[in-house]
Design a protein around this ligand. Structure first.
Ligand SMILES: Nc1ncnc2c1ncn2[C@@H]1O[C@H](COP(=O)(O)OP(=O)(O)O)[C@@H](O)[C@H]1O
Ligand SMILES: [Mg+2]
Length: 243
């Protein structure tokens, strides 16, 4: 079954500010789409709209042929969308395994033993089985981010939305991310929408890129097409290279 996550003419107004302005994009299962753009360009808001954390001003979100616009976040999670947050949110007093299990139970309604199997599989997929009994509060930031992805994977997502998974990680940690995310795509067949500022990660990982600036789409295409697009260089890549 081929499936897609599609966003059609998505718009979000905050008081006096159009944060997302008529954005249309799609991610196929098995595809990795990079959503990039300067700070404040509407990337996180787009993910929040897709996952139901914010009410949509206008536009539609479709998963396959199901219209999920206006659904509550837990119902959207059960339709197969899982996400991570730009600022990591773990239960500090729980172990890594418990954090991942709780996510599986919350998103899929699985019973404890099924959730445990799903959690174990996600821990292996993310190469962190050895951390299962570690309390979340003692994890370094790099491992917290990996646990967050394991939590999302344990819900058996059809689509995985990652908001700056590379933020706060060093080069070596980002280096490990690439094969890990490729492997997730191969093993689960899920579609991945990833927001990140690390251009090496984005350019090497993504099949296609979608570029936002002031809430509007300014370019879409392959990494090579987008990399050489003058509008993208002016709005974003120039600044990234200079930074
Ligand atoms: N809850 C909110 N209320 C008001 N304005 C917001 C809110 N969330 C985001 N914004 C504004 O919307 C714009 C897009 O923000 P955001 O989606 O977080 O950008 P990005 O993730 O691309 O850095 C910014 O101008 C931001 O200040
Ligand atoms: Mg953001």
């Amino acid at each position: 079954m081929s499936d897609s996550l599609r966003v059609e003419s998505l718009t979000k107004d905050f008081a006096g500010l159009r944060a997302v302005d008529g954005v249309s994009l799609g991610v196929e299962q098995g595809e990795i789409l990079g959503l990039i753009g300067p700070n404040g360009s509407g990337k996180t808001t787009t993910i929040n709209l897709i996952t139901g954390l914010l009410n949509i001003t206008s536009g539609r979100v479709m998963v396959g042929d199901q219209d999920i616009t206006g659904w509550a976040p837990h119902r959207i999670a059960r339709s197969g969308l899982a996400r991570t947050f730009q600022v990591v949110r773990l239960f500090e007093e729980f172990t890594v395994r418990e954090n991942v299990e709780v996510a599986a139970i919350a998103a899929t309604g699985a019973n404890r033993s099924v959730a445990r199997e799903q959690a174990n599989r996600a821990l292996v997929q993310m190469n962190i089985a050895h951390l299962a009994e570690t309390q979340a509060s003692v994890l370094p930031q790099g491992e917290e981010r990996i646990v967050e992805i394991a939590r999302a994977l344990a819900t058996n997502p059809r689509f995985l939305l990652l908001d700056e998974p590379g933020a706060g990680l060093n080069d070596a940690e980002i280096e490990q991310f690439l094969p890990m995310l490729h492997r997730i795509r191969e093993e689960t067949g899920c579609g991945i929408l990833i927001v990140d500022h690390d251009m090496r990660l984005i350019m090497n990982l993504c099949d296609r890129l979608h570029v936002l600036n002031y809430g509007q789409t300014i370019a879409e295409g392959t990494p090579d097409e987008v990399r050489s697009d003058p509008d993208v260089i002016e709005a974003y890549l120039g600044a990234e290279v200079a930074a």
